[in-house]
Design a protein around this ligand. Structure first.
Ligand SMILES: Cc1ncc(COP(=O)(O)OP(=O)(O)O)c(N)n1
Ligand code: 3NM
Ligand code: MG
Length: 217
């Protein structure tokens, strides 16, 4: 059977509509039902992101989410290497203040996906050299989900895409309208939190986002 890492290498389009969870946008709905709706609407990749959850909470949430996420949709955990290892997630996403990419690779092994957040070309080259499978670049637009996120302009995003041969996803303030700005940048996809999980109809929001992304990428 193909490993998650090998699957992503063969199917970079799996990054097109990258759903990042955030429990604060769910408005009383369960995470499981929201992620199921996102997947049914066309989300192609899922990241479990819960900055307040303990490792054991993440492992438990991961077990429940795995049951609703289709088998061909890669599923990674944000930040927590131990949770990703214990829960047997498809991989982990780490930022510049988290465990280093090399450490993530050492802990999870050669078959899992390691995604790395970068904001500059130098960081992108370093992450690629360290064995990252894809890069997350943001924040492209201001976002209430993470108001403290540093700005990255579209020119830097394009430079990063040109400088590495691994796929890049953009993140930060992306919605059905703003994804149009990604045209021509070279990104493989858009990572989205609130435009999916704050929507009253998540399935419909995912469909709209997927169509909008397919028009520009
Ligand atoms: C796809 C994707 N890109 C970027 C990030 C941000 O990661 P990081 O900088 O580590 O910040 P937190 O998400 O941990 O607050 C991401 N999570 N996903
Ligand atoms: C989790 C995260 N990381 C970012 C970064 O720039 O690294 S922006 C962000 C939140 C994105 O949320 P929304 O889709 O609601 O704008
Ligand atoms: Mg992080």
């Amino acid at each position: 059977m193909q490993s998650p890492r090998e699957y992503l290498r063969c199917h970079p389009e799996a990054l097109r509509l990258y759903a990042v969870t955030d429990a604060s946008w769910l408005g009383g709905r369960t995470l499981d039902e929201c992620v199921l709706e996102a997947a049914e609407g066309g989300a192609t990749f899922v990241q479990l992101r819960d900055k307040r959850a303990s490792t054991s909470d993440l492992v438990e949430q991961c077990g429940r989410l795995r049951r609703v996420i289709p088998g061909d949709v890669p599923f990674v955990i944000n930040d927590d290497l131990e949770a990703a290892l214990v829960a047997q997630a498809d991989g982990v996403h780490v930022g510049q203040s988290d465990a280093a990419c090399e450490e993530a690779r050492r802990v999870l092994g050669p078959e899992k996906i390691v995604g790395v957040s970068v904001q500059t070309v130098d960081q992108a080259l370093a992450a690629s050299e360290a064995g990252a499978d894809y890069l997350g670049v943001g924040a492209l637009f201001k976002t209430a989900t993470k108001p403290e996120a540093a700005d990255v302009c579209l020119a830097t995003l394009s430079d990063i895409c040109r400088s590495v041969d691994i796929p890049v996803v953009a993140i930060g303030g992306l919605n059905e309208k703003t994804v149009a700005a990604l045209e021509g940048t070279g990104v493989a996809g858009a990572a989205v939190v609130s435009a999916l999980f704050a929507a009253s109809d998540i399935r419909q929001a995912a469909r709209g986002l997927k169509s909008a992304i397919d028009r520009v990428i």
